[in-house]
Design a protein around this ligand. Structure first.
Ligand SMILES: [Zn+2]
Length: 294
């Protein structure tokens, strides 16, 4: 089992430990449970869907990177497929606080990057901040997304975000997590470049049309891809680098050991990710960053 889970694991009830052991003992545990695994874990542990999501929160929070706050937040997103996706807050020393990722953004983006079609619920160990409520209002699940918090009755995003402003107010019909393929092409065949392009092709940028993707190569040669996710309110947009860092971190890899990075975006975009991508990667110790355009 990955060392980061050891402390949280020790707090789990024995029945849940025995149910999760075959899944989490793998060193490459991808911080998610498939629908079949969820079914098996529920049957062995006796937990229902909601109780299982709550019980998994300490494990999700164990994925947090909190050099600034030391405040660990965990989130579990449940997809309509039945899969469960971990999320945790992520901060980066040396980068502005605006580059921080919240646990809800992490779990949502994790599900999206694994091509989950839509979310049913999100379970979090602390109440979602206003920024995350707005971020989740971009999702194709709309205000019907269920929000589960410890000690509170199950509720919906609509109840946590009354009088909401969202994509529909701007006549946007393709929502976050809806399948898209923008069809951009780049001739260069380098795998990292093509991964960044794939991120851009599936990115959500209906407001600026400045689609972009980032691909990161870790020390062992594995590639993690991120897609840009815009928001109707603009500010809770999630840059493509953050999405790629989410996948790197959740895979158990060190975000401070990125060997090479590629940003793919348009040749004359209305807005560019280049400066922010380069600066945040520099804070993480990665200077081999390239921008390729389509
Ligand atoms: Zn938040």
């Amino acid at each position: 089992m990955q060392a980061r889970f050891h402390d949280a694991w020790a707090t789990l009830p024995a029945s849940l430990q025995s149910a999760l052991e075959p899944i989490m003992s793998a060193n490459d545990f991808p911080a998610m449970l498939t629908a079949d695994q969820v079914k098996a874990v529920k049957s062995i542990s006796g937990l229902d869907d909601d109780a299982l999501a709550f019980a998994l929160l300490p494990l999700a929070a164990a994925c947090a990177l909190t050099p600034v706050s030391h405040f660990k937040v965990g989130a579990i997103a449940r997809g309509i497929s039945g899969n469960l996706y971990f999320g945790a807050n992520m901060e980066f020393s040396g980068a502005p606080l605006q580059q921080t990722i919240h646990a809800e953004q992490c779990a949502v983006t994790h599900a999206w990057l694994r091509n989950e079609a839509s979310l049913v619920s999100i379970t979090v160990n602390y109440t979602p901040c206003g920024h995350c409520r707005q971020f989740m209002n971009e999702l194709n699940s709309g205000t019907g997304l269920h929000i589960h918090l410890p000690g509170r009755p199950a509720s919906t995003l609509g109840q946590y975000l009354p009088d909401s402003f969202g994509p529909k107010d701007l006549d946007i019909t393709t929502l976050l997590m809806d399948p898209v393929d923008h069809g951009y092409k780049i001739a260069e065949t380098d795998a990292l470049t093509q991964a960044a392009l794939e991120g851009a092709n599936h990115s959500h940028a209906p407001y600026s049309n400045s689609h972009s993707g980032v691909a990161l190569e870790t020390a062992d040669g594995t590639i993690y891809t991120g897609r840009y996710a815009e928001n109707a309110a603009f500010n809770p947009s999630l840059p493509p680098l953050q999405a790629a860092l989410i996948m790197t971190n959740l895979a158990g890899k060190d975000c401070g050991a990125i060997r090479r990075a590629v940003l793919a975006e348009g040749s004359q975009p209305m807005l560019t990710q280049w400066d922010a991508t380069q600066a945040t990667l520099a804070a993480l110790g990665c200077s081999d960053v390239k921008c390729v355009t389509f």
